[in-house]
Design a protein around this ligand. Structure first.
Ligand code: GRF
Length: 196
């Protein structure tokens, strides 16, 4: 497996993957962000495929094609999104169908979207969590590979709850990738099974 990790944030999940000796061959960021520094400090090759626009004129299909091409150039076979801030379009999912993973800070299908932690707090749930899943064109809707609950405490704010969820994500995502590497999770079966 030659794994690319896509990140836009602090990169703490990326760091957990590298420190767990997962075969991270490449880190890709869509902007300059702390995750880039994290890759450099861990001696992992990093590419910034700069996103030129965050507005309505963003060429999602064009960007997705460029990103897929860059990963193909680097002989990447599997992609793990870890806090990546760009929703990728059809060309990317066509190229890497069934080989793109994501982690989401809620128990999907509950609280999809960018504000999962805030939405869970607003809804007043006593338990939320995180989900590692196969990413498909439909955002936060691909087949679920692993989930773990995290309790919400009465004095939680978005930052404290998110950090407690991320502690679990760092372990759960690494363990899930390890199970894929070890052949205990067969992504092809999961992906094909979800289609039928
Ligand atoms: C994680 O909570 C992930 O689920 C979400 O973004 C966060 C990334 O955290 N999509 P970090 O940048 O790895 O610290």
């Amino acid at each position: 497996m030659s794994l690319a990790v896509l990140a836009s944030g602090t990169g703490s999940i990326l760091a957990a993957m590298v420190e767990a000796d997962l075969p991270v061959a490449l880190v890709v960021a869509d902007r300059l962000c702390p995750a880039v520094r994290c890759a450099v400090s861990h001696d992992v090759e990093v590419l910034v495929v700069q996103r030129e626009s965050f507005g309505a004129d963003f060429d999602r299909v064009g960007y997705s094609t460029v990103l897929a091409d860059r990963l193909t150039d680097h002989a990447v076979t599997m992609v793990a999104m870890a806090g990546f801030g760009t929703i990728l379009g059809q060309p990317f999912h066509d190229r890497f169908a069934g080989r793109v993973l994501n982690t989401h800070p809620a128990l999907l299908p509950a609280f999809p979207g960018w504000h999962a932690v805030r939405d869970a707090l607003t809804a007043g749930v006593g338990v939320t969590g995180c989900t590692v899943h196969l990413a498909t064109l439909e955002v936060d809707a691909g087949p679920i590979l692993a989930q773990e609950e995290v309790p919400v405490w009465p004095d939680d704010d978005e930052a404290s709850l998110h950090e407690r969820i991320k502690v679990v994500e760092r372990r759960l995502y690494v363990d899930t990738l390890r199970s894929i590497l070890d052949g205990e999770i067969l992504l092809e079966s999961v992906f094909e099974g979800a289609k039928s």
